[in-house]
Ligand binder design. Structure first.
Ligand SMILES: *Cc1c(COP(=O)(O)O)cnc(C)c1O
Length: 372
C-alpha cells in the first residue's frame, strides 16, 4: 500500500490496493483465463500488414465511431449468438479497449454518485471495482449453494435497493455457471435500471446454452458485453464490445473519450474478426480440456463445478492459499479468488493440463495437503 499523505486523493480510494492477478514468469500460467494459443504466423503477417497500412495515416485521429469494426462485430454476433431471423445491427454495437472499458462507460453513463449497482457474488470482482472507481454505490447479493442466481432473491434485492445497474455474469467468473434466459428476463422485467450480462466467456458455452443476445429484441434495458480477450485469443490487443438497444449505445457517446479506440486497435481487431474461423478453432480444443478437468478433478478428490467457460472452480482440502502456494512452487499458477476452500484453474493446452493435474494429484496424496 502506498502512502497517500499530502495527496488530495478521494477519501473512498484511500487505503485501497490496485487490483490485479499476479503476472509471474512460471512455466504454467493458468490464472487469468487467457487462451494459450498464440496467433499463427499467417495471422501475425496479416496483423502486421493491416497495422502497417494504418500506420501510414497515424497523423490523423481514428474513426471516433469505429463504424467498420462495429459492423464486423455486428455481423459476428448475428452469426454466433442470435436466433435465426434475428440480426444484430451496427447501431446496437459499441466497442472499446477491453470489455472493462465498456463496463466503465456503462457505470459512467448510468451509475455515479447517489446511484447503486447490484451483483450476485461470488462473481467477477471488477464489476464492483469499476463501480467504486466511478463512485457508484455497490450492493452485494448472493448466489445460492449451486452458484446460481435465485430469481426470488434477485427480485427481493432489486425491490430493496432499486439499482440503476444490475450486473449478471454468464457464464459466471469464477464459478463457470451460466444463467438461464428465464432468470435474466425476469431480472430485466423486475429492474427499472440497466441489466448488464457479462458474456466474456460466451463462446465456450456448451451446446444448447443460448446467449443473452437472443433476448435483446424483448428487453430494451439489457446490455450484453463481450470481449476478444478470451475465445479470440486477443487479450493483448484490448478489444471489448457490447450489444444493446441503439439508445443505450447513443447514451455511451456522452461519456466515452473522443478517439478512445486507436486506429491500430481497430485495424487489428478487424483482421482478427476476418480470421475468426482460425481463432475460434481453439475454442473446441479448450472445451475438451475443460471437460477433462471436470472429469479428472473429482477423481483426485477435488469436486468441481460444472462449467460453460474456459476455466473450472474446484474444491481443495483445508486452506486454499496453502494449496495455491504449493502449486506455484511446482511452477503451476492458478487463481485464488478468495473463496474459502476453492481455487480456479484455466483450461489450457493438453500439456498444461497434464502438468497441472499431475502436480495437484501429487499434492493431494501428500500428507501436507491431502491428509490435512
Ligand atoms: C476476462 C473477463 C473480462 C475481459 O475483460 P477485457 O477487458 O475485455 O479483457 C470481462 N469480464 C469477465 C467476467 C472476465 O472474466
Amino acid at each position: 500500500m502506498s502512502d497517500w499523505d499530502g495527496l488530495p486523493l478521494r477519501d473512498d480510494l484511500r487505503g485501497l490496493s490496485p487490483y490485479g492477478a499476479p503476472q509471474l514468469d512460471v512455466p504454467y500460467r493458468l490464472n487469468t483465463n487467457e487462451n494459450p494459443y498464440p496467433p499463427s504466423p499467417e495471422l501475425v503477417a496479416a496483423l502486421t500488414a493491416a497495422c502497417s497500412e494504418a500506420a501510414a495515416s497515424l497523423n490523423r485521429y481514428p474513426d471516433r465511431d469505429a463504424v467498420a469494426l462495429r459492423e464486423d462485430l455486428a455481423g459476428y454476433l448475428s452469426a454466433e449468438s442470435a436466433v435465426p431471423g434475428q440480426r444484430v445491427d451496427v447501431g446496437q454495437v459499441w466497442a472499446a479497449n477491453g470489455s472493462n472499458e465498456i463496463l466503465q462507460q456503462l457505470c459512467q453513463a448510468f451509475g455515479g454518485p447517489g446511484r447503486t449497482g447490484l451483483a450476485f457474488e461470488p462473481t467477477y470482482s471488477m464489476h464492483g471495482l469499476i463501480a467504486l472507481a466511478t463512485a457508484t454505490g455497490w450492493v452485494r447479493g448472493e448466489r445460492d449453494a449451486d452458484f446460481r442466481v435465485d430469481p426470488a432473491a434477485a427480485r427481493a434485492a432489486i425491490a430493496e435497493h432499486e439499482p440503476s445497474l444490475v450486473f449478471l455474469c454468464s457464464p459466471n467468473n469464477p464459478t463457470g455457471t451460466a444463467l438461464d434466459l428465464e432468470t435474466i428476463r425476469e431480472i430485466h422485467d423486475t429492474a427499472t435500471g440497466i441489466v448488464v450480462v457479462d458474456e466474456a466467456y460466451a463462446e465456450f458455452r456448451r451446446a444448447g446454452v443460448p446467449s443473452a443476445v437472443t433476448l435483446l429484441p424483448e428487453c430494451p434495458r439489457l446490455v450484453v458485453t463481450r470481449t476478444m480477450s478470451k475465445a479470440f485469443a486477443f487479450a493483448g490487443a484490448r478489444v471489448g464490445y457490447l450489444a444493446a438497444a441503439p439508445k443505450i449505445v447513443d447514451a455511451l457517446q456522452l461519456v466515452r473519450l473522443p478517439y478512445h479506440l486507436s486506429a491500430l486497435t481497430q485495424a487489428a481487431a478487424r483482421v482478427a474478426l476476418a480470421h475468426r474461423d482460425e481463432l475460434l478453432a481453439s475454442v473446441e480444443a479448450l472445451r475438451v480440456q475443460r471437460d477433462r478437468l471436470l472429469e479428472e478433478l473429482p477423481a483426485l478428490g477435488c469436486p468441481a463445478v460444472a462449467s460453460d467457460a474456459n476455466f473450472v472452480l474446484f474444491q481443495v482440502p483445508g486452506d486454499q492459499g496453502r494449496v495455491w502456494k504449493s502449486l506455484l512452487e511446482q511452477g503451476v499458477l492458478v487463481r485464488d479468488v478468495g473463496l474459502a476452500g476453492w481455487l480456479r484453474v484455466t483450461a489450457g493446452t493438453a500439456e498444461e493440463m497434464d502438468a497441472f493435474l499431475s502436480e495437484l494429484g501429487s499434492l493431494m496424496k501428500s500428507t501436507r495437503i491431502g491428509a490435512a
